[in-house]
Write a protein that binds this ligand. Structure first.
Ligand code: 13P
Length: 336
């Protein structure tokens, strides 16, 4: 089993492969299951994750999967731990370690991610359960006044403390600053905010002596707010995103894996592909949740008879994004 930080980071930075985010918290997976009218129970969550992790040929396109704590401790129907099913295919299991959002006092009605207390002890258990990398998500609301200085700096400090603790525990941290898509802000505003956020994150990582060679950056793309009347084109999104990343992310970072953040599956693939049409200083790939899972979840609909089709749909989305991670995606018939 892979154990040193360098091998883990290199494994996650393989060109033409990406990460499947399947780490929805109990509250979030309930919302996803509501869309297919399926009750969220420990066993329905387990069944669903087993379908994802046993999709044929997944390993050709996916090098890591992020799990929620409950999933890391669950077994497949035949008794094999779900994390072992991933390891056996050469896919590394990761663990979401943050404990979600709480109000950030004295901010502009913003939120901060919690979960640092007791983290070193939790890591001992996660490592034994097979996890080799971790994830912590910070979120930033956007409007004319937000994110505030306090939100940017406190989130960066927490991300850096988490990343340092993760590396100290022998795992690779996914550093995830998500500038939210919600709102009427335009592309230029998203670009300005993303640049400020990333500068603060890398400054904090340096202060906390985090080894940049052993992290995965998981940013949001620079994109128009979902309620912005003037939606930027795919080319503009790709251009602005790469511009900001080049300004802020040292080339020592081996791989940048985007979240999908509310983009449609096809948009997320198109944007990634356009960015990979040029030479870049890092591997540039995906760590999508919804953009990989939505079509699969819909096809499954909680019915075992649909498992095979749902798995094929998941593998196909992963294949298309793996092509996009090399700039080789040729488009597809569907536009959803
Ligand atoms: P989405 O791709 O659905 O945004 O999820 C990625 C993720 O891990 C959010 O934390």
């Amino acid at each position: 089993m892979m154990s040193d930080l360098n091998s883990i980071a290199q494994h996650l930075a393989q060109r033409g492969k990406g990460i499947l985010a399947a780490d929805e918290s109990t509250g979030t997976i309930k919302k996803r299951f509501d869309t297919i009218k399926l009750e969220s129970t420990e066993s329905s969550r387990r069944d669903y994750r087993e379908i994802l992790f046993t999709a044929p040929n997944l390993k050709d396109y996916v090098c890591g999967v992020i799990l929620f704590e409950e999933t890391l401790g669950q077994n497949a129907a035949d008794g094999t731990p779900l994390s072992e099913i991933l390891h056996n295919q050469g896919i590394l299991p990761g663990i979401k370690v943050d404990k979600g959002l709480i109000p950030l006092v004295n901010s502009k009605d913003e939120k901060i991610t919690q979960g640092l207390d007791g983290l070193p002890e939790r890591f001992e258990k996660y490592y034994k359960q097979g996890a080799r990398f971790a994830k912590w998500r910070a979120v930033y609301d956007v409007d004319a006044k937000r994110p505030s200085m306090i939100a940017i700096h406190s989130a960066a400090e927490n991300l850096a403390r988490y990343a340092a603790i993760t590396q100290n525990a022998g795992m690779v941290p996914i550093v995830e600053p998500e500038v939210l898509i919600n709102g009427s802000h335009d592309l230029a505003r998203c670009e300005e905010v993303t640049e400020r956020v990333l500068r603060a994150v890398f400054r904090a990582l340096a202060i906390h002596k985090v080894t940049l060679e052993h992290i995965v950056l998981k940013p949001s793309m620079v994109i128009s707010g979902d309620n912005c009347p003037n939606q930027a084109s795919a080319e503009e999104v790709a251009e602005a995103t790469v511009r900001v990343l080049k300004r802020c992310v040292p080339s020592a970072v081996p791989t940048i894996n985007f979240l999908s953040g509310g983009q449609t599956p096809v948009q997320a693939t198109e944007h990634l592909n356009l960015m990979n049409k040029q030479q870049l200083p890092w591997n540039l790939s995906f760590s999508y949740g919804r953009a990989l899972q939505e079509p699969c979840l819909k096809a499954w609909a909680g019915n075992a008879a649909n498992t095979k089709e749902a798995q094929e749909i998941l593998t196909e989305r992963c294949r298309l994004n793996a092509l996009a991670a090399k700039g080789e995606y040729q488009g597809e018939e569907t536009t959803v």
